[in-house]
Design a protein around this ligand. Structure first.
Ligand code: PLP
Length: 482
């Protein structure tokens, strides 16, 4: 048959495998060279910081220029933060194992939508294997089921939707609700829980924030008081959310005690383990989530502690049927019956319709290196946080906010009589980022500004952290002189 697209058309070139092959080899070489450089050359900046307007101007100029795509890719590398750099110790994003980035390329080439079985046979089957595997690590038994979804934020929202389905007094999905619904959650919970509750129509009053103790864990002595107050004001509390761990300080709530409380009051028990539930893969740290198997639902981000490119999140339910009830809705063109549980039609349980082939990225790591690679990663990163906190304690000019349980450490520079400590630390961080030598973040703890690191890169060494403190001392000295 005659090909109707003219041979020389741009449209045809866009699908030419030989172009893909040639460019693909160049792009893989470019990426491999880049990763090699940022992993080994400490003088290479973690981030070449530019102001937003300057960055925008750069790309406006590029857009109207005739730069070729390989140059564009090079510029993207130069204008992006390098999470593979051992001195990237900022936000909680995994440094992807390289094999999972290749699986990501597979996903982007195949572009299987996965929502319905035929649109992702491998991805759906692998998704069941991966989520069942995690469920077993959590300690769930045969009735469990889970799925992958686009990020912890969406997973937490989905879990609370399931909670509402299970525990609200009326059929909210069909009829809306008149009752005042509420959730109990740590005041240290990730802001997405607050957002999710608002999206669910609970309003700010329906998000009942339990104060934390001095270790930033839910003060379990206060649970009853807050619950009683809410019910006496006419709230119907549907869920209790535990943090494993909290985002700012990496503190693990006492899940066993929370589990008891939830059971006693017939609440949905949800564990936001986006960051820290990954310790279920370790011998050394799994005690931090004792009681996790009592949760009705658990969120775990593969793109935080489990070496997978963002976004990639597991939402695992203790009872499979809860997952299927969340979005009961007719979509006849997708599946025959809403009432049946079909694990292979992933879209029945997820907010997304089309979704990335996330499962193959996790699977590629497990197949290549085995589950012990997760344990090695967590042991290294959590262990290094303890090493770092001991370093801080030994330096008189620094103060540690609290002993870390996870790989998140908050600290600050305190040697200054003439400067406000908060402003000084703010300026230290700004100077570090502008220098490109380290990437760290900041947070407020009890109103005070702290420097915050999350050790995410398995290639980060003790010496990098030692030099971070040297660099902060040096920067502070310069700042104090002006
Ligand atoms: C990162 C994080 C989230 C948000 O997850 P995303 O994947 O970034 O959407 C929620 N809760 C906790 C505890 C987290 O650490």
């Amino acid at each position: 048959m005659q090909n109707t697209v003219p041979k020389s058309s741009e449209l045809e070139k866009a699908y030419d495998p030989s172009v893909f092959r040639a460019l693909g080899h160049q792009v893989v070489d470019l990426l491999a060279d880049h990763i090699e450089k940022v992993q080994t050359d400490k003088d290479h900046p973690v981030l070449s910081y530019r102001d937003p307007e300057e960055e925008l101007d750069f790309w406006k100029q590029d857009f109207s220029s005739d730069s070729d795509i390989l140059n564009v890719f090079k510029n993207i590398l130069d204008h992006s933060i390098n999470v593979h750099h051992p001195r990237y110790i900022g936000h909680q994003v995994a440094v992807p194992a390289l094999v999972s980035s290749l699986a990501g390329l597979m996903s982007d080439v195949l572009s299987n939508g996965t929502g319905v079985y035929e649109m992702g046979m491998a991805a759906n089957a692998i998704e069941k294997i991966v989520t069942d595997f995690v469920a077993q690590k959590i300690g769930y038994t045969a009735t469990t089921s889970g799925f992958l979804t686009s990020g912890g934020t969406l997973a937490n929202l989905t879990a609370l939707l399931a909670a509402r389905k299970a525990k609200a007094p009326s059929e909210v999905w069909e009829q809306g609700h008149q009752e005042k619904l509420a959730v109990l959650v740590s005041e240290e919970a990730h802001y997405c829980i607050d957002r999710a509750a608002r999206i669910l129509g609970m309003g700010s009053e329906g998000i009942i924030k339990i104060p934390v103790d001095r270790y930033f864990k839910i003060d379990t002595n206060k649970l009853q008081e807050y619950y009683d107050k809410a019910t006496s004001e006419g709230y119907h509390v549907i869920a209790l959310v535990g943090c494993a761990c909290s985002t700012a300080t990496g503190s693990y709530d006492d899940l066993d005690v929370l589990g008891d409380f939830a059971k006693q009051h017939d609440l949905w028990f949800h564990v936001d383990g986006a960051h820290g539930a990954a310790v279920v893969f370790t011998e050394k740290y799994k005690h931090l989530v004792n009681g996790i198997s009592r949760a009705d639902s658990v969120v775990i981000d593969f793109h935080k502690m489990l070496m997978t490119p963002a976004l990639n999140t597991g939402l695992i339910f203790k009872k499979a049927e809860d997952a299927y009830k969340t979005f009961e809705q007719k979509a006849q063109y997708l599946w025959d019956s809403q009432q049946t549980t079909e694990w292979y039609n992933s879209g029945k349980r997820t907010f997304e319709c089309t979704k990335l082939m996330m499962s193959i990225k996790v699977y590629s790591i497990l197949k290549t290196y085995g589950e012990q690679v997760f344990e090695q990663n967590i042991d290294h990163l959590y262990g290094l946080a303890t090493v770092f906190s001991n370093m801080i304690i030994k330096r008189p000019d620094f103060e540690l906010a609290l002993t870390p349980e996870a790989n998140i450490v908050n600290f600050r520079y305190t040697n200054s009589k003439e400067h406000d400590i908060n402003t000084l630390n703010l300026n230290i961080r700004q100077a570090l980022i502008t220098s490109g030598k380290f990437y760290i973040v900041q947070t407020r703890i009890r109103g005070e500004l702290y420097l915050r690191i999350t050790i995410m890169n398995p290639l980060t060494q003790t010496s990098d952290l030692f030099e971070l403190l040297d660099e902060i001392e040096h920067t502070a000295k310069l700042l104090r002189e002006v």
